[in-house]
Design a protein around this ligand. Structure first.
Ligand code: ZN
Length: 290
């Protein structure tokens, strides 16, 4: 069966493995530390690709940042991308085709093809981690928008300029719904500037009332965003993925979202495509193209 070399560039680790057309990882998974500068990241990618390109049809890369419609370049940068990285044409890294896509879009495609959203042609995946990413699938196609970067979760939750987001604007969904958003809510309620997301989750597990309040406020922010997304896109389901997604009470969220929307009921689900969703989704999207 045909296979791709799939590479997931994370903030601290780069993973690489061979993925076949059905989304199975069919090799060992290589793990590398993510270098600090864009030049070093590009060098590392070249090295990984040159070791594998003779054994695969193409390379697929899952990365932070918004990727163009041609899937060759990062065209809009986020706070966690090193300077200069967006200028790279990824096709120059290999003699075979290279396919690039935003990491949340890759995660969404993995959920659609092999995870919780399988069989649902209209669905949304939110990657809730330090930040928030989004991938939107409409009528079985990944929504890319006019430039390729649709699905950014920076719509406003308030006009009061309460919280500055990583994108530079105020009060985006991301700065309320992310792990960072949970931490900021924790600081606001406790006055403890050193509180971590881990402290809050641990407090919730122990039944600490203040931490439960922090957690409930955070979930309500997410619910508010989900209501908007559900009304606009009328999805079969919204999947919550990422390191913070597993802490969401999806049954509670589904009930409250469906109380508030004007469209027909939607499902709120946990992700099931696992830790390597980015790699799997990038490869499966690449197979749609090559
Ligand atoms: Zn923002």
């Amino acid at each position: 069966m045909k296979k791709a070399l799939s590479i997931d560039i994370g903030g601290t680790k780069i993973y690489a493995a061979h993925v076949n057309k059905t989304g199975e990882i069919v090799s060992d998974i290589e793990k590398h530390h993510t270098p600090k500068t864009s030049e070093e990241i590009i060098e590392k990618l070249k090295e990984i690709i040159s070791n594998h390109e003779n054994k695969v049809e193409f390379s697929a890369i899952s990365t932070a940042g918004g990727v163009n419609k041609e899937n060759t370049k990062v065209i809009c940068s986020t706070a966690n991308l090193p300077f200069g990285y967006p200028k790279t044409n990824f096709n120059s890294l290999s003699n075979k085709p290279v396919f690039v896509e935003n990491d949340a879009n890759c995660a969404a495609w993995a959920e659609y093809k092999i995870g919780s959203a399988k069989g649902y042609d209209n669905n949304i995946t939110l990657t809730l981690g330090t930040g928030v990413g989004g991938g939107i699938i409409v009528d079985g196609k990944l929504l890319k928008g006019k430039s390729g970067v649709a699905g950014e979760m920076h719509f406003k939750m308030s006009m009061d300029k309460k919280r500055k987001c990583t994108c530079g604007a105020y009060d985006c969904f991301e700065i309320y719904a992310s792990g960072n958003g949970l931490r900021i809510t924790g600081i606001e309620l406790t006055g403890n500037k050193d509180i971590t997301t881990y402290d809050i989750i641990e407090g919730v597990d122990k039944g600490d009332n203040t931490m439960l309040r922090v957690y409930n406020i955070w979930q309500n922010y997410i619910i508010a965003g989900l209501v908007g997304l559900a009304d606009i896109f009328d999805p079969d389901c919204i999947v919550l993925s990422g390191s913070m997604g597993k802490f969401c009470d999806v049954e509670y969220m589904q009930e409250l979202v469906n109380d508030d929307i004007v469209t027909l009921p939607t499902k709120i689900l946990h992700a099931t495509s696992g830790n390597y969703a980015g790699m799997i989704g990038a490869a499966l999207l690449g197979f749609e193209k090559f």
